[in-house]
Write a protein that binds this ligand. Sequence first.
Ligand SMILES: [Zn+2]
Length: 376
Amino acid sequence: MQRTITLHIEPNDRLVKTIEMTNLATNDILKAGFENRIVNKLKLHHLTYYPLRKKYPDIPASIVTTARDNASEMLKREKLKRLSTKRKWSAIRYNQRTFTPELGKGFVTLASTNKRVNVPIKIPNYFRKYLGWKVVSAKLSYTGRKLVLGIVVEERTPSVRPPNTIIGVDTGIINHAVFSNNNFYRSSNIRKVKGQNQYLRRRLQAKGTRSAKRKLKQLSGREKRFMVDVNHQIANWILSQPFDAVALEKLGIRREKRLGRSFNGKLGNWAFGQLQRFIEYKAEGQGKAIIYIDARYTSQKCSRCGDIRKSNRNGLVYKCKACAFELHADLDAARNIASLGKAEAGRLSVNQPIVASSVSEHSVSPQLQASSFRAG
Ligand SMILES: [Zn+2]
């Protein structure tokens, strides 16, 4: 987020002259660029730098450079369709090389056609809250009576902490969502509602009357609202857990294959996508990270030894042929998603330790532990 602190300062001959000269130079660059059909910064530089230094020896090289960047952007904006120009006292730009802010000490220094100018400033109370922000750049213009200095500041983003603990989420049919910390969101209620609706839908479709069509519409609206509610609950629950990051599967890679035919309807995909959007949105509000992983093979892979074998999975049971590890199949997938998320987070921040989340290895009967979380 950026803000501009606007200050009115007493006119200073050197700065007024700098504005005027810089705008003349900018107009020269604009004209050269327009006539030669050049908008690129580097090419504009080759075309104009030395002639400008010769023509305006008093303008510091670093101001010529910012004028050229400004001209390049203006040319791009107009797409070379017409030649735009700067007015005599239009705002000119200052950057870190041409401007030193000492906001805390009550002055700034600005490059000019004749050395640096030290300008005392007084920051009004309503701008004081930005004093801790990072100063990015400044612009200076002249009204004919006052100089106007706009100091552009940017909110310092809190340093991004690598996630220490990551929760993995697997979304399926039998358990709508399964979490790597041994929790299950049971979708029996979802399936019940959907089953009832499907029955009603068929009957209404068979009728085909106008009132049946209206009822069909109401039905799909009700079903959507129900899923919205469920997804909010799941997303809230995930983000209430003590984890820094949530690992989710990139949708569209595996989803279609794993959803059975009966659930492959529009609502199924829509609901899973919505759940992810809710998690994303709520995570952002809490400063938690989302890590997307490629979920291929997560349902065939052993979360203990890494063995990948289709035959390890048999319905709801995952039994590893390599290490004999046994676990609820969706929980195994959720743990794989969590560890892929950890690997991904490790790649993003190699210097920081990523501590494994405390998943227990002996929960072959996760249903018993899942009672803590049941909604809908
Ligand atoms: Zn294994």
